[in-house]
Design a protein around this ligand. Structure first.
Ligand SMILES: [Zn+2]
Ligand SMILES: [Zn+2]
Length: 45
């Protein structure tokens, strides 16, 4: 698991962002740019 090229949520799209909270590499669709978190963390806030 050293190559973080794929979104850790959908595991299909290219991961272009990193969650500030859990550190997950996520794609555009699963990243909330407003808060800088992945959608999993964003819904928990
Ligand atoms: Zn995704
Ligand atoms: Zn997260």
């Amino acid at each position: 698991m050293s190559f973080a090229g794929v979104c850790q949520i959908c595991e299909s799209a290219e991961a272009r962002y990193t969650c500030d909270r859990c550190g997950a590499a996520v794609c555009e669709q699963h990243y909330e740019a407003r808060v800088g978190l992945c959608v999993d963390c964003a819904t928990q806030m």
